[in-house]
Design a protein around this ligand. Structure first.
Ligand code: BLA
Length: 509
């Protein structure tokens, strides 16, 4: 697996999806010069409303098409502080024709993007209906006390509220692969529960856009892309950046991917934790689906509630684990004081020692001319070589790996006991270390399709297609231990500081 090309870093991750220069056909785009409110670019389908060719609309004032209060509102918004994704309603007026639109405006330095969609009255709910729905959703979610329960409740409720054929919770890992951890689907969709999808399926620039936009809606993969007129934005002399635009056209590789998944509509909503993308809620529909603007905002609201609830549960888990580690660390440093000896303090208590602190299988402690071994560890000669390797690396801070064999070839021979190491350098110059070993944990990854076949290139080497099968593809991962989490590294660092100070005191007393 480590040999395969990283399509997330290169190919897929470099597709300029924000410069696609076309929009989906369920709405219309106007680009306005902020200074004048003149129209400087439009999506070509705007002609269907204005009955004017795109070229004819250029440099006309917004008031040529929209009501006076709308123009006044937009003037105020442009002068105001809010800049991104401001919702508004608009009334198109021309020669006795009146049409209502839902709009969203994104204000840039010199120009604004105004995207509009015909305001449908169908299925619109009153504020109190929406509020009640959201309230019920939140209380159902609050009944869940584990990540699993919360995700399952949220996914079920979202499917009920939205009517999508399938809703899934998709959680990213440290390498941006994603796993479906909860699912509610109709029989017509394939189940992906428990399956992992490679990072390039939602490549890095697509993921980055969720930090700006809470959701992405592709209502019909067979839509007719609508071009912009003129092709080049006259103020920037470049393709316009459509990052913020909900209507942004869709990369063709993803449309093909949707086809391969046998869905026509897709909507994904972000789940954030600590300001980073933690996961996506992915909604699919076999037929085209057009959740109205209210429904999208309800989703946006619910995604905040879901993010908060997930963060609260994970924060609580982290807190409990950190508190327990801190307690153990304090007890161990007390032992060291009590015994006036670092090695005895770290190792002597049967239940509470450095092994239990770091959930390690074995440990070696070398300080000065003393060396002690506990638990399951590699051969002594292998440990000796490992220490030489560490010395050669000049490690002065905490060093850890859950896949040592990847960094240090010789370690492949003792993966069973030492796939993972945590090194606390006591005095790197004299080769004094505390080295904790973690055993190999053999893992099976259930990939949604062969991850080595994420892209199939045509014979010409230029055209390409996403994989067309999401059939379960099992991978067994060897040579890795459980990961060392950030808090363990922090505790290791604080223990290192303690040992260092304790030694210094010992030397001078
Ligand atoms: C976008 N890919 C996406 C999105 C999702 C996925 C959720 C966001 C847009 C959307 O909501 O549809 C992937 N959807 C999934 C996965 C599941 C799911 C994994 O439901 C699992 C249950 N895709 C490829 C390859 C490339 C690629 C090989 O398979 C690149 C060459 C690219 N995916 C790609 C791009 C986008 C995307 C460019 C952004 C599309 C856009 O917003 O225009």
């Amino acid at each position: 697996m480590s040999e395969i090309r990283n399509y997330d870093a290169e190919f897929c991750g470099n597709l300029p999806i924000h410069h696609i220069n076309s929009i989906q056909d369920y709405g219309y785009l106007l680009v306005l010069e902020n200074k004048t409110l003149n129209i400087i670019q439009v999506s070509e389908n705007l002609s269907n409303i204005t009955d004017e060719a795109p070229a004819q609309m250029m440099n006309k004032h917004l008031s040529s098409f929209f009501s006076r209060p709308d123009v006044e509102n937009i003037t105020k918004l442009i002068a105001g502080d809010a800049k991104d994704r401001i919702p508004l309603n608009l009334l198109f007026e021309k020669e006795g024709k009146q049409l209502s639109f839902d709009g969203l405006i994104h204000i840039k330095n010199d120009y604004s993007l105004l995207e509009i969609e015909a305001a449908s009255k169908e299925g619109r709910k009153s504020f109190s209906d929406v509020f009640q729905e959201v309230r019920q959703f939140i209380s159902a979610m609050e009944s869940g006390s584990t990540l699993d329960e919360v995700c399952n409740v949220a996914i079920k409720q979202l499917r009920k509220v939205s009517g999508f054929d399938g809703v899934r919770m998709y959680q990213f890992d440290a390498n941006w692969n994603g796993t479906v951890i909860a699912e509610d689907i109709s029989g017509a969709l394939e189940s992906y529960l428990g399956q992992t999808f490679p990072a390039s399926d939602v490549p890095k620039q697509a993921r980055a856009l969720y930090l700006k936009n809470p959701f992405r809606l592709i209502s019909n993969r067979a839509y007719q892309p609508v071009r912009l007129y003129p092709v080049i934005n006259p103020l920037t002399n470049a393709f316009i950046d459509l990052s913020d635009c909900n209507l942004r056209g869709v990369a063709s590789v993803h449309l093909e991917y949707m086809q391969n998944m046998n869905v026509s509509a897709s909507m994904s909503i972000r789940v954030l934790r600590e300001g980073k993308l933690w996961g996506l809620i992915s909604c699919h529909h076999i037929e085209p689906n057009y959740p109205n603007v209210d429904m999208r905002y309800i989703f946006e609201w619910l995604s905040v509630e879901i993010s908060n609830r997930i963060a609260a549960i994970l924060d609580q888990e982290d807190y409990n684990q950190s508190a327990s580690r801190l307690e153990k660390r304090t007890a161990i440093t007390d032992f060291i004081y009590g015994k006036d000896d670092i090695i005895e303090g770290l190792l002597d208590d049967e239940n509470l020692n450095i092994l239990s602190l770091f959930n390690a299988g074995g440990v070696v402690v070398k300080i000065g001319n003393r060396i002690e071994y506990r638990g399951d560890i590699p051969d002594k000669s292998e440990i000796y070589n490992l220490m030489l390797w560490l010395e050669g690396k000049g490690i002065e801070k905490i060093f850890s790996s859950s896949h040592l064999g990847e960094l240090y070839e010789e370690a492949r021979a003792y993966e069973k006991t030492g796939s993972g190491i945590l090194v606390i350098p006591v005095d790197g110059r004299s080769g004094d270390y505390v080295i904790c070993f973690r055993p190999e944990v053999i893992r099976q990854i259930k990939w949604g399709g062969d991850p080595e076949q994420v892209i199939n290139f045509d014979k010409d080497g230029k055209n390409y297609h996403p994989r067309n099968s999401f059939k379960l593809w099992l991978q067994t991962v060897y040579g890795q231990s459980l990961p060392w989490v950030q808090n363990e590294l922090e505790i290791a660092e604080s223990l290192r500081n303690f040992i260092f100070e304790f030694r210094t005191k010992q030397l001078y007393n």
